[in-house]
Design a protein around this ligand. Structure first.
Ligand SMILES: Cc1cc2nc3c(=O)[nH]c(=O)nc-3n(C[C@H](O)[C@H](O)[C@H](O)COP(=O)(O)OP(=O)(O)OC[C@H]3O[C@@H](n4cnc5c(N)ncnc54)[C@H](O)[C@@H]3O)c2cc1C
Length: 474
């Protein structure tokens, strides 16, 4: 291993190969996942500064038969970006590769390196009076390489799609250390298999994304946010239909939040002043982006809310008066995961079912869980506009969190995932498979799809050196 480390130092510079040999170096930021569910031990953390250096690192690791764990901002939710505990894996951090290579305003595209932090990318677009619409609560830390590798979703999918839909081209270092030059701002290209879409969502198991060309959009003239109280989940789905009708492409956000989820924000972050939650089972946060003017957006919103009130699909609503108020409302929504963490350990799910079937799914699964674990508390919230719920299960009041997880995690996962399957849904809508769900995937995914995925992994990474143990066991 010493020969490999010497080679890696020669490739990227001594300062960018971090190991446990130096007692002053603390590697825990790279070795522990965001949710603190896993703490591995790396042979080294290597931080190349260019695509050629990434290729060199991969070739050296392949020659030494050492496996590689690509890492961006390490905000992933499924234990996919940290090493195992063998001390034999190299963490390849893209954090030094942050450059914006090109912004082509006329083509509405931007080309950035994989380590570029999402918020910095959004701000670069904004300075050019354009919009990069991907938006999620981890945007201050997650990187575009990680977003692509996990095909991240976030709050704007209902209008702009997942990260996959925002990507026009990629530069990738293969498992053999070759460079695929697939950057380019083409919106049409039918020249064979779509390699770009193979790497997007592959969670570092097929190649290392080093740069990407992404779509930009004109900035909306106005963005308005409304917070509404709805009498049921069925009403929330009906409100979504009305919002599509009234706002068309202006509908850029539609988030549902259950009463218990909001009660946790109220309990743990009382300064946030959650509106309208006490007397309603669900609240919905809507965003309307308008290319004309704020007055136009407000008039559209008013017509929508009036119709919804008349049809009794909502009980009450507040429309943010200004940007600061809108940000406060979004902040409440984004604080739910943190409030939930404050309440104690819980079992997280990130599932999707067709929007039309969400109410039936929740009625059935809520009742099942209550029957099996009396007093269990459901933290249900998410991107209803995309059929995606964070359907999380919190221990009954007063129950010890770790004990609850130990006793019930397996059972709760099976109950929820079996229900998802009955409703033709997905056990991972956003966060991916990582190592957390690698054992579950074959139980819930079509066997032919699993076999094809195994063949793809084998042909692109026959030595199984790229993020082994994640997504699929070859
Ligand atoms: C508070 C919070 C809110 C979140 N909200 C959302 C949300 O709304 N929607 C959503 O989809 N996700 C969400 N996430 C999850 C997470 O932020 C995303 O998965 C994000 O895309 C991960 O980016 P990252 O740079 O941190 O990647 P990492 O965590 O470093 O890596 C994630 C995976 O991608 C691989 N990878 C990373 N970089 C590369 C690369 N350059 N080439 C190849 N593989 C690579 C890693 O090996 C790993 O498998 C949230 C996370 C947090 C902490």
């Amino acid at each position: 291993m010493n020969a490999l480390l010497t080679q890696l130092r020669a490739l990227v510079g001594d300062a960018h190969v971090l190991t446990h040999d130096d007692p002053a170096t603390d590697l825990s930021a790279w070795e522990q996942d965001w949710r603190k569910r896993a703490h591995g031990r790396a042979l080294a953390v290597v931080r190349p500064g260019s695509t050629d250096e990434v290729a060199g690192v991969v070739k050296a690791c392949v020659a030494a038969r050492v496996s590689i764990v690509p890492q961006g901002g390490n905000t992933g939710m499924v234990v996919g970006s940290v090493p195992d505990d063998t001390g034999t894996q190299v963490v390849l951090s893209l954090s030094r590769m942050k450059a914006v290579r090109e912004l082509d305003a006329a083509n509405l595209t931007i080309t950035v390196e994989a380590g570029c932090v999402l918020q910095e990318l959004q701000e670069t677009a904004e300075r050019a009076e354009l919009l990069f619409p991907l938006s999620l609560a981890a945007e201050g830390s997650c990187t575009i390489g990680g977003n692509l590798a996990t095909n991240a979703g976030g709050t704007q999918v209902v209008r702009y799609g997942n990260t996959r839909d925002l990507c026009l081209g990629l530069e990738v270092v293969t498992a053999q250390g070759q460079i695929w030059h697939g950057l380019g701002g083409l919106r049409k290209d039918n020249t064979g298999y779509d390699l770009r879409n193979l790497f997007v969502g592959s969670e570092g198991t097929l190649g290392i994304i080093t740069a990407a060309t992404l779509k930009l959009y004109p900035r909306p003239a106005a963005r308005l946010t409304a917070w509404t109280a709805v009498p049921s989940l069925d009403a929330a789905v009906e409100l979504l239909g009305l919002a599509h009708q009234h706002l068309g492409a202006g509908l850029t956000g539609f988030e549902v939040m259950g009463q218990f989820a909001l009660s946790l924000v109220n309990k743990h972050f009382s300064q946030l002043r959650v509106p309208l939650w006490r007397d309603t089972p669900y609240c919905v946060l809507l965003e309307n982006s308008d290319s004309e003017s704020e007055a136009h957006a407000r008039a559209q919103f008013e017509r929508l809310l009036e119709t919804a009130l008349e049809r009794e699909v909502l009980n009450d609503a507040v429309v943010a008066e200004n940007l600061a108020q809108a940000q406060q409302l979004w902040h409440i929504r984004e604080s739910i995961p943190l409030a939930q963490a404050e309440e104690g350990l819980n079992i997280k799910h990130d599932i999707s079912v067709p929007v039309s079937r969400i109410p039936a799914f929740c009625h059935e699964t809520d009742a099942l869980l209550q029957r099996e674990i009396p007093g269990v508390r459901l933290v249900n919230f998410g991107h209803l506009g995309d059929g995606n719920l964070h359907y999380n299960v919190q221990a009954p009041e007063g129950t010890d969190g770790p004990l609850f997880l130990k006793s019930y995690e397996e059972k709760v996962n099976s109950l929820v995932f079996d229900a998802v399957k009955r409703y033709h849904g997905s056990i991972s809508a956003e966060h991916g498979i990582g190592s957390l769900k690698v054992g579950k995937l074959p139980l819930y995914k079509d066997p032919v799809a699993m076999a094809l995925m195994r063949q793809i992994k084998l042909s692109l990474d026959p030595l199984n050196l790229l993020n082994p143990g994640r997504v699929i066991e070859p």
